[in-house]
Every structure is written in structure tokens, then in C-alpha cells.
Design a binder for this molecule. Structure first.
Ligand SMILES: Cc1cc2nc3c(=O)[nH]c(=O)nc-3n(C[C@H](O)[C@H](O)[C@H](O)COP(=O)(O)OP(=O)(O)OC[C@H]3O[C@@H](n4cnc5c(N)ncnc54)[C@H](O)[C@@H]3O)c2cc1C
Length: 503
């Protein structure tokens, strides 16, 4: 099958890129699972943007720089902040009906922001964005969306790319494209405790790296302070906007403590809050602390945070009466595939956008609600760049790449073994190996870095990575495991290197 553009990912980055491309381009969008299973769908708080007259681009930049510890790329940050409003307007035009009050859009506040600038749809902004973008994309004749289709290999060819995809029956299909956009989201599933969707196994980063693209800042991971504490690893997020609207963190003695750590107290940037919480947890030998929003009336909470309210209720917690048990968890990835201001990677005609791309706008700690904004602004730019290149390309040099298919099959012969000689991993073995990687990541690098543990255990990940070449599984779970091993190995190596330098 041949397309002008293949987009790997159907979150905000993938769908908005598809919709922003010229309508004469034939576009295929892949979603590894159902379209709702992505980080975008889980976004609660909203999208940061200079919208109010009282706000301006400089202040948004200052807040982002402060949160990012000054490590942000200022040129990229300026692009994001200044091109934000027109992209938000596009979302509104597509049909995203952000909440309003008597003065216009209801702008909320979150940690690290000094102005109210977060547009939101109740506390389910991401769900609304995906619903609206998907509805628009399904209506377009030039866009096809394949759900439950996982990209497992990208090969650069003379005329573009040949991508191997496992379809919903886990059969291989081969997609040719002139341009490929990786919009595959985050890496949360490298961890035991994460807010991320189950698709977030860093696949796009693995694919890009294997296709020769450079990666950047692979040790920049954000941990969110307030995952709802439960025994399972999947952490339901209690949005930062709960603290923005007056929620207070309390320790085990039920005392507020954040004012002891930072002038912005409970609204300090995420890295500061997460680190402070771990200290408090250590001091009291506890696995969790509390978020107290009981000063707010029930009706307000039910109306402003319906999703969080209901999710707490399902766990027998009433936000207006009970303190909510919370603990930090993996949340966001600031590193990723190196891109320029148009989302181009270091491989010609291979683009990356959204959470898998490293634009450096966040520095080493993302300011709340800047991620959806980043995805919008840079996806628009990716589409613009591809549109321009495609029209210059015309019809020349567009022959099929199908000859490469034969090579793809040979590629299974990675360790001098023929495909049939290789061993097979059972599903339960794959799951247990995934958990092993998660255990190592959790113990090595979770808010703080445990250099001794990482040094002792990185070899186990290295060995796993090599061993996986001996197996012939051609299923989605196996490729996710390959990606977990690949990405965690790169992250730990980079973190160790940087930790040794700063020691
Ligand atoms: C709980 C939660 C709350 C958040 N709240 C906010 C917020 O309020 N504001 C904010 O700005 N940010 C928020 N974030 C961060 C933000 O939601 C994400 O960074 C952003 O949505 C990422 O968008 P994306 O399109 O890059 O990735 P995603 O939305 O995760 O989409 C990734 C897509 O790639 C597909 N994919 C992955 N691998 C493959 C493969 N191998 N083959 C085919 N398809 C593949 C997936 O199926 C999916 O369609 C939140 C994140 C979480 C987890």
C-alpha cells in the first residue's frame, strides 16, 4: 500500500498533523490500539495558552523557563508560545467547546503558572480533543485511520520509507510512504507507577533510533506529584488544577508542608513538589501523602472536576470530606527524537511530533499544560513542511519501493540464525520480562536517581536487549518488550553518564 504520508500515532499530535496536511495528500494514520487509548485522551487539566488580555507571551515564556530550570530552548519556546493562540482557535473551529464563564473562556490555574491561562473542557479536556479531532479526521476523504495497527519497523528507502505494520490480526502489512511522521507518544510503561496509557512503550523512539535518527535528552523524565495512590501500578491522575483551585498537600500528621520547600507552596513546579513529597514520605515512612480539597463545596467539586470526583467516588472517597491519598508517579517524557523547528528529524523526510519528539521547549521540567500546546504548534509546522516539500516534489521520483520487502523478511536473521531456528517466547514470559524492566527503571530512576542500583542493573537490560534478537515472536507484545528494553537502556546509559559527570 502506498501513501504520501504515514503518521504513526492518533493522539493529538497525529490527528492534528493529519488534519493540517493539504487535502490532496493521501494520508494513513495508525493507532496501535483503539483511538481512545492514548495519553491525550487522559489529559484532564487543559491547554496552556496566552488568551487573557492580562497575560502576555513574555510571562508565559518566563513561567516555562522557571519551571524548566532555564534549560528550555528559547527559540522553540517562543515559537510555541506565540503560535499557541491561532492553533487553539483552530481547535475551537474544529468544534472543541472549552468551558466558558460570564467573561469568556474559563481560564484555570496550574502549578508554575503565574496567570490564569489554561483552557479546559471540564476535567476531561483530552477526551474532548480526541473526540473532536477524530470526528473531523474520519470525515476527510484523504485520511484513512487504521486502529489496532502497530508499526514495528521503519526502513528508509531511496524514495521514502517502507514501514512494517502488524494489523489487528497481527498479520504483517507493508506501507510505503514519501514522508513518515512519528507521533507515538510517551514512555510511561517503562515504569511500574505511571499515569500513562498502555500504548506508551516508547515504540516510536525505538523505530526512529533504528532508522538512524538522533535522540536527545533521553534522561529527562517528569514525575507527577499527585497520582491517586493504589496498590496497582496504573496511577489515576489527580490533576494539578485541583491544587490550582485550592487543594493542599498534607503529610501523615495532616499538616501542610509545601510552604517549607518553595515560595509557590503547593503550586511549585512539579519536580520540586515530587521531590519534597518523597522527603516527607521518607520522614514518615509512608507510601503516600494526602491531597486536601475539603474546603471546597461538594457541588463546586462535582461540577468543576466531574471525572476526578466520580473516579474518587468509585474508590469510596468523597472529595468534599476525605483527604485523597496521593504519591508521585511517572508522567511525561521531555526527551525523545531530536527535531528542528519544523519537526524534521535527522533522517530526511522522517518527522516526529508530540511527546515522542524533543523540541526542548520544556527544559528539564515541563510546565503544566504546555504539552498539548507543544503538540498542536509543532504538528502544524510538520504539516506545513511536508505540504511544501510535497508540492516541490511533484510527480517525479515517486516509484514504488516494493523491492525492499524481501529485505525486510531477511532482517529477522539478526544473530546469524535463520528465522525458523529462533525460539519463541510465551505471552506470560513476555509479561514477566516487561515487569523486570519496569522494576529496574522504578528502582534506578524514580524522581531521584539511584546511581548504585542503576550501575548494578543496567547490564541486565543490556543482556535482555541482545537476547531478544534470538526470538522469533512476531506479535505486538513482543515488539513492546523490545521497545521497553531499548529505550530503558538508552535512558539509563545517558542518566549514568550525566550523573558521573556531575559527580
Ligand atoms: C493522565 C495524563 C494527564 C495529562 N494532562 C495533561 C494536560 O492537562 N495538559 C497537557 O498539556 N498535557 C497533559 N498530559 C500530557 C499530554 O496528554 C501528552 O503529552 C500528549 O497528549 C501526548 O500526545 P501525543 O499525540 O504525542 O501522544 P498520545 O496521545 O499518547 O498518542 C500516541 C499515539 O501513538 C500510537 N502509537 C504508539 N506506538 C505505536 C506504534 N508502534 N504503532 C502505531 N501507533 C502507535 C498510540 O496508539 C496513540 O494513538 C497528560 C498526560 C497524562 C498521561
Amino acid at each position: 500500500m502506498k501513501y504520501d504520508v504515514l503518521i504513526i500515532g492518533a493522539g493529538i499530535a497525529g490527528l492534528y498533523t493529519a488534519l493540517s496536511l493539504p487535502s490532496n495528500l493521501k494520508v494513513l494514520v495508525l493507532s496501535k490500539d483503539e483511538i481512545n487509548n492514548c495519553n491525550t485522551y487522559r489529559a484532564q487539566g487543559g491547554i496552556a495558552c496566552v488568551w487573557d488580555e492580562d497575560d502576555d507571551f513574555e510571562i508565559h515564556m518566563e513561567d516555562s523557563l522557571k519551571a524548566g530550570n532555564g534549560k528550555n530552548n528559547k527559540k522553540m519556546l517562543e515559537i510555541m508560545v506565540s503560535e499557541g493562540p491561532k492553533n487553539i482557535q483552530n481547535l475551537i473551529d474544529y468544534g472543541v467547546d472549552f468551558d466558558k464563564n460570564e467573561r469568556g473562556y474559563d481560564l484555570t490555574l496550574e502549578g508554575g503558572h503565574t496567570k490564569r491561562r489554561i483552557l479546559h473542557y471540564k476535567d476531561t479536556t483530552g477526551k474532548r480533543v480526541i473526540e473532536v479531532l477524530a470526528q473531523n479526521a474520519f470525515k476527510k476523504n484523504n485520511i484513512e485511520i487504521h486502529e489496532r495497527a502497530m508499526a514495528v519497523d521503519i526502513t528508509k528507502c531511496r524514495n521514502g520509507f517502507l514501514t512494517t505494520v502488524l494489523d489487528e490480526n497481527e498479520e504483517s502489512m507493508y506501507i510505503e510512504s514519501d514522508f513518515t511522521v512519528i507521533a507515538s507518544g510517551g514512555i510511561g510503561r517503562l515504569y511500574k507507577y505511571t499515569t500513562n496509557a498502555s500504548i506508551a512503550s516508547g515504540d516510536g523512539i525505538t523505530l526512529a533510533s533504528k532508522a538512524g535518527a538522533k535522540l536527545k535528552h533521553m534522561d529527562l523524565i517528569q514525575f507527577h506529584p499527585t497520582g491517586l495512590y493504589e496498590n496497582s501500578g496504573d496511577r489515576f491522575l489527580i490533576s494539578e488544577s485541583v491544587r490550582g483551585e485550592g487543594g493542599i498537600l498534607r503529610n501523615n500528621k495532616k499538616e501542610a508542608f509545601m510552604h517549607l520547600y518553595h515560595e509557590m507552596a503547593d503550586l511549585a513546579p512539579r519536580d520540586v513538589v515530587s521531590k519534597s513529597m518523597l522527603k516527607e514520605m521518607k520522614n514518615s515512612n509512608s507510601n503516600y501523602l494526602y491531597l486536601d480539597v475539603t474546603a471546597k463545596p461538594k457541588e463546586y467539586l462535582k461540577n468543576r472536576f466531574p471525572h476526578i470526583y466520580k473516579s474518587c467516588k468509585n474508590r469510596k472517597l468523597s472529595m468534599e470530606k476525605d483527604f485523597i491519598p496521593v504519591s508521585p508517579c511517572q508522567h511525561y517524557f521531555m526527551g525523545g527524537i531530536e527535531v528542528d523547528e519544523f519537526g524534521s528529524t535527522t533522517v530526511e523526510n522522517l518527522y516526529a511530533t508530540g511527546e515522542c519528539a524533543c523540541t526542548e521547549v520544556h527544559g528539564n521540567n515541563r510546565l503544566a499544560s504546555n504539552s498539548l500546546l507543544e503538540a498542536l504548534v509543532f504538528s502544524k509546522r510538520v504539516a506545513k513542511s511536508i505540504g511544501g516539500k510535497h508540492s516541490r516534489l511533484g510527480n517525479k521520483d515517486k516509484k514504488s519501493n516494493t523491492k525492499v520487502e524481501a529485505r525486510i523478511h531477511d532482517d529477522y536473521d539478526l544473530k546469524g540464525l535463520s528465522y525458523t531456528e529462533k525460539k519463541h517466547l510465551e505471552l506470560s514470559e513476555i509479561e514477566s520480562l516487561k515487569n523486570k524492566v519496569r522494576e529496574i527503571m522504578q528502582n534506578s530512576f524514580f524522581v531521584n536517581f539511584n546511581i548504585d542500583y542503576a550501575e548494578k542493573n543496567i547490564e541486565a537490560i543490556n543482556e535482555l536487549k541482545s537476547e531478544l534478537n534470538l526470538y522469533k515472536n512476531n506479535n505486538k507484545n513482543f515488539y513492546e518488550l523490545v521497545s521497553l528494553a531499548e529505550v530503558s537502556n538508552i535512558i539509563l546509559k545517558e542518566k549514568l553518564k550525566n550523573a558521573r559527570v556531575s559527580n
